[in-house]
Design a protein. Structure first.
Length: 353
C-alpha cells in the first residue's frame, strides 16, 4: 500500500475500517513520509506493538510536519515484499521504521540502505545491518534479568538459595535474560546504577542452585503444565524464588496455583513458604493481579509478585527517533531503553496491553 496510490484517504474509508493494513493521513506532497512496518495487530506482545504504533502514527499525522503510515505484515515473506515495494516505488522524502519479523528480513533492509532510505530498527536488531540504522531501539534484555535478581536480593534472597527460572525460548533474548540474572548476582552487572553488595555476591558454586526450565515457547499453558509437574515432587515446594522471563509465564504459574493440578498439601506448603514471582512485559492480566483485581487468593499468600518493563509501547520511541532524526537532531544509534520494576505500589503508572 504505497503513498502514490493513496493520496486521498476519506473519513468514510477510515470509519469503515477498509484500510486494515495501514493508517495514513497525508499533508503536503513534499513532507517526508514515514512507513512503519510491524506484525499484525492481533494478540499478545507483538500484536500490541502495532496498536501502539498506530497511536504514534496518528500523532505524527496530526502534528502535520511529516506524514506516516502503518503497514502490517503477517510473516517475514510479506514484510520483505512490502519493503521491496517501498524501495521500488522510487519515492523521494521517505523513511522507514521497522520491527523485523525475523532475521530473513536482513536482505530487504539492506535494500533500504542501498537506496539511501533512512530507517530505524525496533526490538529485533539484526547485527548484519545494525550499523546502518539511524537508531536501533530495543529493551534491555540483560537488564530484565538484573532487575529480577536485584528484586530477589532486596527481598532477602541469599547466595546459593534455590531459584527456578522459567525461560522463554532458545533465542538470544532468553540467553540475555539468563545472563543478566546471574551476572547481577556475581557482581558483573548493575541494576539501576548499583551493583550487588559484596557480602551478598554469589559464587560460581552458588549459581549451581539455579534451575532452568528450558524453552517454554513464551507459552502460559506450557508453563502451567511445567509448574504442575515441578510441584508433583513435594520437595520442590521449598523453592521460594521464581524468575519468569515473561508475564505470560508468570500467569502460567498463577493459573497452576489456582487450579486443581497440584496436590493440596503441596500447594499449601509452597504458599506457606511465601514465594516470590517476577514476570516481564506489561501484560494487563498480571498488572491486574498487582492492582488487586484478580488472583488475590494466591497473591496474598505470596511474598511478592512483580513485573519488569519491556513494553510494546517502545515502538513509539522508535518512531520518535525517526522524527527527531528528520528534524536534524542527534539520535542515539544504540538506543537501549532501561527497564524498571513494576509492583503493586506503582503499577497504575505503567501502560499495559
Amino acid at each position: 500500500m504505497m503513498r502514490k496510490t493513496l493520496a486521498i484517504l476519506t473519513a468514510a474509508a477510515m470509519a469503515a475500517g477498509s484500510l486494515s493494513a495501514g493508517v495514513c493521513v497525508y499533508a503536503a506532497d513534499d513532507a517526508t513520509h514515514i512507513y512503519v512496518l510491524t506484525a499484525p495487530e492481533d494478540h499478545g506482545w507483538t500484536g500490541s506493538v502495532a496498536t501502539f504504533a498506530k497511536e504514534k502514527v496518528e500523532e505524527v499525522n496530526n502534528d502535520g510536519k511529516y506524514t506516516a503510515e502503518l503497514i502490517t505484515s503477517a510473516n517475514a515473506a510479506e514484510q520483505i515484499v512490502n519493503i521491496e515495494d517501498i524501495v521500488a516505488s522510487g519515492e523521494d522524502n521517505i523513511a522507514v521504521v521497522i520491527q523485523p519479523i525475523d532475521d530473513t528480513v536482513q536482505s530487504a533492509i539492506q535494500q533500504l540502505v542501498d537506496a539511501e532510505i533512512p530507517y530505524v530498527a525496533f526490538d529485533r536488531i539484526i547485527d548484519g545491518v545494525s550499523s546502518s540504522a539511524v537508531s536501533n531501539v530495543k529493551g534491555d534484555n540483560e537488564g530484565i534479568g538484573a532487575a529480577a535478581a536485584a528484586y530477589f536480593v532486596s527481598e532477602g534472597m541469599t547466595p546459593g538459595e534455590a531459584v527456578y527460572v522459567y525461560e522463554g525460548d532458545t533465542s538470544s533474548v532468553t540467553s540475555l535474560r539468563d545472563s543478566g540474572f546471574t551476572e547481577y548476582l556475581t557482581g558483573e552487572l548493575e541494576y539501576d546504577g548499583e551493583t550487588i553488595a559484596d557480602d551478598k555476591k554469589w559464587t560460581e558454586d552458588d549459581l549451581k542452585s539455579i534451575t532452568y526450565s528450558g524453552a517454554m515457547n513464551w507459552s502460559r499453558s506450557d508453563t502451567k503444565t511445567s509448574f504442575e509437574s515441578l510441584l508433583g515432587d513435594s520437595a520442590n515446594a521449598d523453592i521460594k524464588w521464581f524468575y519468569a522471563e515473561d508475564d505470560e509465564l508468570a500467569m502460567g504459574i498463577l493459573e497452576a496455583l489456582q487450579g486443581g493440578g497440584i496436590d493440596d498439601a503441596t500447594k499449601e506448603a509452597f504458599l506457606g513458604n511465601k514465594p516470590y514471582i517476577t514476570g516481564c512485559g506489561g501484560l494487563d492480566e498480571l498488572y491486574a493481579v498487582m492492582r488487586g483485581e484478580s488472583f488475590q487468593d494466591i497473591a496474598e499468600q505470596c511474598g511478592g509478585i512483580v513485573s519488569v518493563t519491556y513494553s510494546p509501547a517502545m515502538i513509539q520511541t522508535a518512531i520518535q527517533d525517526m522524527v527527531d532524526h528528520l528534524d536534524g537532531e542527534k539520535v542515539e544509534q544504540d538506543h537501549v531503553i532501561a527497564c524498571e520494576i513494576v509492583n503493586s505500589d506503582n503499577v497504575k503508572d505503567y501502560p499495559s496491553f
